[in-house]
Design a binder for this molecule. Structure first.
Ligand code: CA2
Length: 148
């Protein structure tokens, strides 16, 4: 799931967000999911309400969500509440390392409810997020559970 302005990827600010378009990132995700033997669906919106509606409708349809909430990461109590209300497992991903950027990007309202957050690896953040969610939901390996 992609949040606001991510449909512009590949056109501007390649130094921060890389050169891949959102469609190219989706293609890489699809290839990985096929390799893992899963299935995937993609959703992008620039609108907070549309993202919330999709989180609601994902319940029962998907095992989990990999989401880049983009700027809503730092502002949206409503998206946080949607995750809280549905309880659907999600991994939060960011292309850039939000913790090494402006102060206002350091805080994520959604990450405390996520299984985990992956940021700073460019488009690979999504692939790492997909692998993590797949391991969690298919192999039932809880990353919060100690190994021994
Ligand atoms: O690093 C990320 O993935 C972000 O979620 C990207 C958001 C930003 O607000 C977050 O703090 C970190 C911005 C997405 C905007 O995407 C653009 C794509 C092309 C050109 C300009 C912006």
């Amino acid at each position: 799931m992609h949040g606001p302005n991510l449909n512009l990827l590949g056109t501007r600010e390649p130094g921060i967000y890389g050169t891949l378009t959102m469609e190219a990132i989706n293609g890489n995700i699809e290839a990985l999911v096929l390799e893992l033997g899963g299935s995937v669906s993609f959703f992008h919106s620039n609108s907070e309400g549309a993202l919330i509606d999709r989180i609601h409708s994902a319940v029962g349809e998907f095992d989990g969500i990999v989401i880049n909430p983009a700027a809503y990461t730092h502002t949206s109590v409503a998206i946080r509440d949607a995750f809280s209300a549905t309880g659907i497992p999600f991994v939060e991903v960011h292309l850039s390392n939000i913790h090494s950027r402006e102060e206002f990007r350091h805080k994520s309202l959604t990450a405390p409810l996520a299984v985990g957050q992956i940021c700073g690896f460019g488009a690979d953040s999504y692939l790492l997020g997909v692998r993590a969610l797949f391991n969690l939901t298919k192999n039932n390996t809880d990353p919060k559970k100690p190994l021994a």
